[in-house]
Design a protein around this ligand. Sequence first.
Ligand code: SF4
Length: 69
Amino acid sequence: MRIIVHKARCQGHARCSAQAPDVFRLDDEGYILPGDIEVGEGEQLLASRGARSCPERALELDRTPAARG
Ligand code: SF4
């Protein structure tokens, strides 16, 4: 699974990282780092929770077959 990061939408709420700190890395000011995130097998549940918790919809789950893994 991959998470597409829409960095421009991020408002630094840090809710994603509160759910899954190993998946969602923030910069010093609490904003998500740019670049899509490849999610490992064991982290998918936490990662999807974190993505859904973003109030700005900055984190989009990509479940297309090519992104599964
Ligand atoms: S929850 Fe959303 S707005 Fe908050 S840091 Fe994460 S990506 Fe940014």
